[in-house]
Write a protein that binds this ligand. Structure first.
Ligand SMILES: NC(=O)c1ccc[n+]([C@@H]2O[C@H](COP(=O)([O-])OP(=O)(O)OC[C@H]3O[C@@H](n4cnc5c(N)ncnc54)[C@H](O)[C@@H]3O)[C@@H](O)[C@H]2O)c1
Length: 260
């Protein structure tokens, strides 16, 4: 990944953090660590710098659910670093705390349209905002990698997370269509669909031994995933070795969903 500029959204913790570190390890020139919590972005950018392998970690505070924030960030990154070559749309769920994410789970009939907005914004609109903003750079360079982190909820459907499931499915559909438009510029667009991963957003599950045992039993591999179970595949999809792979969704799910 010599000379590549990578940007990972929501990279201040969890899966995004592991992806940022994996892209740095793989030799990106610059890894932009986005998060809307500034302190989280800063800490992970420092971790990148501390690897001491010549990769620059750059924290960037921006809310990717807002088009104005996205354009500000990409204009700024473009003028400082020339382009974004690898975009990982990882920011998801909704909110900053476990309570925001897990506490919101309820049956669709009990939800109110006012509650849907935050979930649709970050899980569906944000990947489109980011992609729209970076595509002119990638098209100009005739090279690009866009990797969208979705959930198996978007493929098999998850009760009590119906809006989230729909938003993630939307991102998968968007990715498939876009892949067909931009392939001629050597830009690939793929998704990774996750099962439960041990991150701060699911700490209420992981911290409860009974719940964790019950959850792990649902997986053929008898454990939930770790962020590093995801980051290797994302780093591969970002590499030149994946240059003939586009429009696909790969499950990283411990065997939870076995789709053809
Ligand atoms: N953890 C899981 O079990 C799981 C399962 C399936 C899919 N996923 C998906 O994987 C991705 C990462 O999940 P995670 O568990 O690591 O999440 P997390 O909630 O632990 O971390 C997400 C990070 O993104 C940041 N963020 C959230 N919204 C943002 C926004 N609008 N702009 C900028 N930053 C924002 C948060 O501050 C946080 O630091 C998400 O897209 C999520 O939907 C996670």
């Amino acid at each position: 990944m010599d000379e590549r500029v990578a940007l990972v959204t929501g990279a201040g913790q969890g899966v995004g953090r592991a992806i940022a570190l994996a892209l740095a390890r793989q030799g990106a020139k610059i890894v932009i660590v986005n998060d809307y919590v500034e302190e989280r972005a800063r800490r992970v950018a420092e971790e990148v710098a501390a690897m001491d392998i010549g990769v620059q970690g750059v924290p960037y505070q921006a809310n990717v659910s807002l088009w104005t924030d996205v354009t500000r960030m990409i204009d700024d990154v473009g003028s400082k670093f020339g382009s974004v070559d690898v975009l990982v749309n990882n920011a998801g769920n909704a909110g900053q705390t476990v309570e925001d994410v897990i506490g919101w789970s309820r049956e669709f009939v009990e939800t109110d349209p006012d509650h849907w907005r935050a979930w649709v914004d970050v899980n569906f609109l944000a990947p489109m905002y980011m992609t729209r903003a970076v595509l002119p750079h990638m098209i100009r360079h005739e090279w690009g990698r866009i990797i969208n982190v979705i959930s198996e909820a978007g493929r098999v459907g998850e009760p009590r997370l119906v809006v989230y499931s729909g938003a993630k499915a939307g991102t998968a559909g968007f990715s498939r269509a876009l892949a067909k438009e931009v392939g001629r510029y050597r830009i690939t667009v793929n998704c990774v669909a996750l099962g439960t991963i041990d991150t701060p957003s699911v700490s209420s599950v992981v911290g409860d031994a009974t719940l964790l045992k019950k959850m792990s039993a649902r997986y053929p591999l008898k454990r939930i995933g770790q962020p590093e179970d995801v980051s290797g595949l994302v780093a591969f999809l970002a590499s030149d070795n994946a240059s003939w792979i586009t429009g696909q969704t790969y499950g990283v799910n411990g065997g939870y969903a076995t789709l053809p």
